[in-house]
Design a protein around this ligand. Structure first.
Ligand code: NAD
Length: 486
């Protein structure tokens, strides 16, 4: 049985009271690892180590050397690519090709991209007049914020965690990371990488465990943590915001979504079907940017529903390492129960179930896994719970619309504001729609196409702040102004 420990001050260690919890495979619910469950004192120790590193070698290291080391982190991840793919696949049960082509390479890229950003982004300076005519020079410099608490989710664990750890370290901070209890493996492997390339001890710390009254809360309530960056559910964000108010510490939040996909009759039909298929069902629907509400212009509505149904019924279930399988299980039994409860609610609320709605027949050991069918509904009111609440599963409701004004109102009728995907060949309309849908990220004729230099984040209850490119620097550094009287 794999034993997974905390990584504190450059060393792997058990929790101070020896407690552990089990990690099960989403594929068949077999126990695959025993994880150290952090105590308050483990977390305190990690925060102290992070502070000491700031005051020590890491804090005084020249920027060029620091960024060189981050390039080496990325290269070492690439050298150990197969280990990372295997670990992430064991944790999530998602198909190998998604790990190989998206989640792991992008995780490695997060270290290089932000090393380049911090190297190349200038700060400002202003000459000002003074009454004596000699003037003054203002210039600003960026300083690391300090010890960053990183609280991350399970749906794309390595990508989402490095999306925060990469810029935090590039800016000269140290981190205490609490990965999701569902996906502890790649965060731990990254500790080995840090030691291998010579990142000083205490710069990167990992404390495993749960959220409330556990490791997550121990991190967010520790006043030695200067700022908290979090990706996860909006409800959890509220709890973390309360914790961060002690000491008025800064937060960056990437949270839930109930994103609209909008398909106009003039869209390239096949591309739109493929795009919505990916946005609704990739990663078994466990993508914050995913589409759970689809609006299709009436003339193509029936044809679109039939085409999406056919694709949803063509997914290949099975073990993630087997070539050709393109559809995995949900992360946990608990999440499976949550998604199935929404499937039941949709039926109770009178949905027409176009396809799915239950658990597929799986053979042998796989019957114990957290499988659910890709599911499409039509015919519900906008007030229905499956149209309003984030399910985070492989499902969507499709509704016809007649005018732009109508679909804009429908798309914006939600407490969330993370992303949208719009399908049309009318460029003028695309710009008009992009300006009108109230979200942080709009894709036109695409979805999940990410340039890491662009701002990423949500409006309304989907988030606070933006990360990505220079925007990450706004959170991970403090700007200091220096005014020199000449
Ligand atoms: P979650 O909020 O349950 O957990 C996220 C992390 O927070 C975990 O590490 C958990 O242990 C920790 N946590 C839970 N309660 C805590 C508390 N009180 N104090 C401190 N830490 C606590 O989210 P999840 O189920 O892991 O992830 C799914 C959610 O994440 C969905 O809502 C999804 O939309 C969202 N998400 C958003 C983005 C984005 O970029 N906007 C990206 C991915 C996922």
């Amino acid at each position: 049985m794999r034993q997974v420990d905390n990584f504190i001050n450059g060393a792997f260690q058990r929790s101070s009271d020896g407690r552990r919890f089990e990690k099960r495979s989403p594929v068949d619910n077999k126990i695959i690892a025993n994880i150290a469950e952090s105590t308050q004192s483990d977390v305190d120790q990690a925060v102290e180590a992070a502070r000491a590193a700031l005051n020590g070698e890491w804090g005084s290291m020249p920027q060029a050397r620091r960024l060189e080391l981050l390039y080496e982190v990325a290269d070492e991840i690439t050298r150990r690519f197969d280990d990372f793919v295997a670990a992430e696949m064991a944790d999530t049960g998602q198909p190998e090709h998604v790990m190989k082509h998206v989640f792991i390479p992008r995780g490695a890229a997060n270290f290089k991209v932000f090393a380049d950003v911090i190297k190349n982004v200038p700060t400002e300076s202003f000459m000002m007049d003074t009454p004596d005519g000699r003037g003054a020079l203002n210039y600003s410099v960026r300083k690391p914020k300090g010890v960053i608490g990183v609280i991350s989710p399970w749906n794309a664990p390595f990508l989402l965690m490095t999306w925060k750890v990469g810029p935090a370290l590039a800016c000269g901070n140290t981190v205490v990371l609490k990965p999701s209890e569902e996906t502890p493996l790649t965060a731990t492997l990254l500790g080995e990488v840090m030691n291998k390339v010579g990142i000083p001890k205490g710069v990167y710390n990992v404390v495993h465990g749960f959220g409330p009254n556990a490791a997550g809360e121990f991190v967010t309530t520790n006043k030695g943590v200067d700022a908290i960056t979090f990706t996860g559910e909006t409800r959890t964000g509220s709890a973390i915001m309360k914790a961060a108010s002690e000491g008025t510490r800064d937060v960056s939040f990437e949270m839930g979504g109930k994103n609209a996909g909008i398909v106009f009759a003039d869209a390239d039909f096949d591309e739109a079907v493929n795009g919505i298929f990916r946005s609704a069902f990739l990663n078994t629907g466990q993508v914050c940017l995913g589409t759970e509400r689809v609006y299709v212009e009436r003339p193509i509505f029936d044809k679109f529903v039939a085409a999406l149904k056919e694709k949803a019924e063509g997914v290949q279930y099975g073990r993630p390492e087997i070539k050709g399988n393109n559809y995995g299980p949900l992360i946990s039994r608990e999440h499976q129960e949550k998604v199935l409860s929404y499937y039941q609610k949709a039926a109770d609320e009178g949905a027409t179930i176009v396809t799915g709605g239950g658990v597929p027949d799986m053979e042998g050991e796989l019957a114990e896994g957290n499988w659910v069918q890709p599911t499409i509904w039509t015919g519900l009111e906008e007030s229905a719970s499956v149209v309003q609440e984030e399910i985070f599963g492989p499902c969507c409701h499709i509704r016809p619309f007649d005018t732009e004004e109508e679909v804009i109102a429908l798309a914006n009728d939600t407490d969330y504001g993370l992303s949208t995907t719009i399908w049309t060949t009318n460029l003028t309309r695309a710009h008009r729609m992009a300006a009108s849908v109230d979200v942080g990220i709009t894709w036109v004729n695409s979805w999940f196409l990410r340039d890491l230099r662009t701002p990423f984040g949500g409006n309304k209850e989907s988030g606070i702040g933006r990360e990505g490119g220079v925007h990450s620097l706004e959170f991970y550094t403090e700007l200091r102004n220096v005014c020199i009287k000449l």
